[in-house]
Design a binder for this molecule. Structure first.
Ligand SMILES: Nc1ncnc2c1ncn2[C@@H]1O[C@H](COP(=O)(O)OP(=O)(O)OP(=O)(O)O)[C@@H](O)[C@H]1O
Ligand SMILES: [Mg+2]
Length: 345
């Protein structure tokens, strides 16, 4: 394509020059009229352009065919995660289970094609009205654990229940309606701040949007922007800082007021003071919901009702900060590497 176009343009222009040259001689001799010469040039260029378009098409067709084949391949893929075929996709939860209870029962998980389990024999329960924190080094499997709850992947062995029902017996729509997830990498869309916050619930009122931003400690910076909630965000929120993006994604989850909140390291870009204020506000806001919070910083998990310590996909400790300080060596190591002596108690 890159050599064809200049070549064709060269041919067109050379032929115009040739027509002018030979035609000029005939006009001089009086055997050709200038009008006919001009018409001849017009016809030749039109024909040449058509030839050019046809040859361009010859290049495009095989390319389009290859692309169409690839697109069709993508359309033909059947999702690995399917809805239950039973006539009742929303079975009733056992009466004794509180709403929003998330329980892992001997869960094993391995990524498709991987050689090793990422999560091994993991059991715990996250109760509504409580904050369950998960702490562990990078690659411990925290993000993987969270992504199993909205069923981005199915467990390899064991079972995860929400409200006492196995996830695989629930329709994905029912399940995901219950969940508000803040992913590790803050994702925002191009559009206004208000549109981004309404992403999960389009009928949210301005009042609700403001309230969520308040809880997420985002209202101060939004108000300081010239157009406030109508500020246009660039693709991916490129015109915001990391911490501002995080707070907007937290506010977006809050607008939906789901039964289960999943925060994946969502406070990592916040300074300690904002982190603390946000956690306090969150505690009141989500007092009836189940909150599962992944963090790298001890300060972010210290006040949780239950802390789970993960190490290479295994649970090595569970309890409150105080209990873990006495019983769990991995937790002690994490704490001592992060906090000064005075802060530990
Ligand atoms: N999509 C994937 N396919 C295959 N392996 C994966 C995939 N995502 C993660 N892993 C592997 O699973 C392990 C756990 O990853 P995970 O993202 O859950 O860690 P993490 O605890 O969230 O770490 P971090 O604190 O850095 O976010 C890693 O060893 C990683 O290589
Ligand atoms: Mg992670």
């Amino acid at each position: 394509m890159s050599t064809l176009m200049p070549l064709l343009m060269l041919i067109i222009n050379l032929s115009t020059i040739a027509i002018l040259w030979f035609g000029g001689i005939r006009v001089n001799n009086g055997s050709l009229q200038i009008g006919s010469l001009m018409a001849f040039i017009q016809y030749v260029t039109q024909i040449m352009f058509s030839v050019m378009m046809v040859s361009a098409m010859l290049f495009m067709v095989p390319r389009a065919q290859a692309s169409a084949k690839r697109i069709q391949e993508v359309f033909d893929i059947q999702p690995r995660i399917g809805d239950p075929v039973s006539p009742n996709p929303t079975p009733l939860p056992p009466a004794s289970t509180p709403k929003g209870l998330v329980s892992f029962e001997r869960v094993h998980f391995r990524y498709p094609g991987a050689e090793k389990d990422v999560l091994e024999d993991l059991s715990f329960q996250a109760y509504p009205g409580e904050i369950t924190a998960i702490i562990g080094g990078t690659g411990a499997g925290k993000t993987t654990l969270l992504s199993l709850i909205p069923r981005f992947f199915d467990v390899t062995d064991g079972c995860i229940r929400v409200d006492g029902i196995d996830l695989r017996e629930m329709s994905q729509q029912t399940l995901r309606k219950k969940i508000g997830m803040v992913p590790q990498k803050a994702v925002l869309f191009s559009g206004t701040i208000a549109e981004n916050l309404r992403f999960g619930r389009e009928d949210a009122t301005d009042e609700e949007i403001r309230h969520a931003a308040n809880v997420a400690q985002a209202s101060a910076f939004i108000d300081s922007l010239e157009s406030g909630y109508e500020t246009i965000l660039a693709q991916g929120g490129a015109n915001l800082s990391g911490g501002q993006k995080q707070r907007l994604t937290i506010a977006r989850a809050l607008v939906r007021s789901p039964e289960i909140y999943l925060f994946d390291d969502s406070f990592s870009a916040l300074d300690f003071k904002t982190d603390l204020m946000l956690q306090r506000a969150l505690r009141t806001e989500a007092r009836h919901a189940t909150v599962i919070l992944v963090a790298q910083r001890v300060m972010s998990v210290k006040d949780a009702d239950r802390i789970l310590v993960l190490d290479e996909g295994r649970k090595v400790g569970e309890g409150t900060h105080r209990e873990l300080m006495e019983t769990c060596t991995v937790y002690q190591e994490i704490v001592h590497s992060q906090l000064a002596e005075g802060e530990i108690a």
